[in-house]
Ligand binder design. Structure first.
Ligand SMILES: [Cu+2]
Length: 378
């Protein structure tokens, strides 16, 4: 490429016009993050200049020609106290300020709408509660708190939106969350910021922040018909969860209606809150999540349900308020939990998956599951 090549000049002009020293401030937390960042930058700069100047001045003032013999070397308590106390005070300011920001960033507000993210080599998949799926893109409404519940299907990834000043590790085997409130409509970069293999650099996408109206239009226009909770309900029946978790007296498994965010007593006597992570863990590792008062008979579903399927199940259990529809499903498929309990034989989950799924009386849309998607109550 020679000097007069138009390609070169085009590139230069593009680089100069689009070069951004700093990403836009497009989320509620961004100005606070930047204030802290610039404070750190400022005190570092002041320290650098101060120390640099003193090193320079003193090495000239006390150079060897002027002072061939080192004399008058003595300590000064006042001086030492000063250069200890001032940096200490500055560091304490950073600590308190940083901690306050940290809590704000890592505690999602309870009114946040939840979207699921599954990372894999090398793409981001987003799943909205209403059943909208996206790849390497995420549509969100401006002005609403959005929480992402994220998991990786393979290696470590990291979900980063510089314009929102958020970044969170996305790891296999465990949900991690991040939240933000977009303040300006626009399209922003999404990066994977954790080297995750050959095509790591192409694990990027667009965050599309839209006005609430546009967002409503978008969600209405891109449903796949089934919400996550509806998919979860089908899975729940086809995997045979309902045979034990039927909510009837004497059922072999605990009643799962209303369990979300409640306190659960484990077999060891420890009490935990049934959050997303707990629900997912209960399905994959029932033994380590064993509940007090129940026999550890729940089979593990490790390797039988994909991360997407687990999200569906979790989303379904989260919205489960009563067991009416479970009873209906069980009656319709001529399968009662007491029957299974009496024979002592484990129900055949596989064949039920084939027969049960299409016979379910669940054609009517489940409105309870889509409550998170409505317009913001402010
Ligand atoms: Cu990655």
């Amino acid at each position: 490429m020679h000097f007069f090549s138009p390609v070169l000049w085009q590139f230069l002009v593009k680089w100069l016009t689009e070069f951004a020293l700093f990403p836009p401030q497009a989320s509620a937390i961004a100005p606070y993050m930047d204030a802290f960042y610039f404070f750190l930058l400022l005190i570092s700069l002041v320290g650098l200049v101060l120390v640099g100047l003193m090193v320079g001045t003193f090495s000239i003032m006390f150079r060897k020609e002027k002072n061939p013999q080192a004399t008058h070397i003595e300590g000064s308590t006042l001086l030492e106290a000063t250069w200890t106390i001032i940096p200490l005070a500055l560091f304490m300011v950073c600590f308190v300020w940083g901690a306050l920001l940290y809590f704000r960033i890592y505690n999602p507000p309870t009114n946040a709408m939840n979207i699921y993210i599954v990372g894999k080599q090398w793409m981001w998949k987003a799943e909205h509660p209403g059943g909208q799926h996206e790849i390497n893109a995420l549509h969100i409404p401006v002005g609403r708190n959005v929480q992402l519940t994220m998991i990786s299907q393979d290696v470590f990834h990291s979900f980063s939106i510089p314009a929102f000043r958020v970044k969170r590790e996305v790891i296999p085997g465990r949900y991690s969350t991040v939240w933000f409130r977009a303040t300006q409509p626009g399209t922003y970069h999404l990066f994977c910021t954790q080297y995750c293999g050959t095509l790591h650099s192409s694990m990027i996408g667009d965050i599309v922040a839209m006005s609430p109206d546009d967002y409503e239009k978008w969600t209405a226009g891109s449903t796949s018909g089934q919400s996550l909770a509806q998919n979860g309900e089908r899975l729940y029946a086809s995997l045979g969860c309902n045979s034990c978790h039927s909510g009837t007296a004497g059922a072999r498994g605990p009643n799962l209606a209303g369990i979300y965010r409640s306190k659960v007593m484990l077999a060891g006597g420890r009490t935990v809150t049934a959050d997303d992570e707990f629900l997912r863990g209960s399905i994959l590792n029932p033994t380590t999540h064993a509940m007090a008062g129940y026999a550890p008979i729940m089979p593990t579903y490790q390797g039988q349900v994909s991360e997407e399927g687990l999200i569906d199940l979790v989303e379904y259990i989260k919205g489960l308020n009563n067991n009416d529809r479970i009873h209906q499903t069980l009656n319709d498929s001529n399968f009662s939990p007491s029957q299974a309990g009496a024979t002592g034989a484990a129900p055949n989950y596989r064949s039920r998956q084939l027969n049960g799924a299409d016979q379910m009386p669940n054609a009517k849309p489940d409105t309870s599951s889509s409550k998170g998607m409505g317009p913001s109550p402010q």
